[in-house]
Design a protein. Sequence first.
Length: 133
Amino acid sequence: MATTNARHNPKSIMAPHKNVYAHGVTVVAGSEHLYTAGEVGARPDGTISPVFEEQAEQLMANFKAILESAGMTFEDVVKVTTYCLKPEDIMVWAGIRNRYLGDHRPASTSVVVAGLAFKEWLIEAEMVAAKKR
């Protein structure tokens, strides 16, 4: 029986774009799951930078805090869904996200949207993690 989540990138389909995600992830039976709400780049005091890169960095720091509170790490992330306002920000986000993830590649979806709940928000993302206990 597998003890870690497995990534799936079949050779019969196009490889993940720039290898920044996995096409699919199998979660080990009996794993504890963590689902986040849509997180943004708000600092602990509620302020938010007007700069995309700073929001993305803070968003990842917020994800790290959530994971740690659940006894998990970025290695346990199996899915990330991201919403950005500008297409050109998707690869900027991917670079920031991948610094936190290292070689770990969860399944990932990035969507360009016309707007988010508040005009100050330039990015919002949600995450699913799973860890065998």
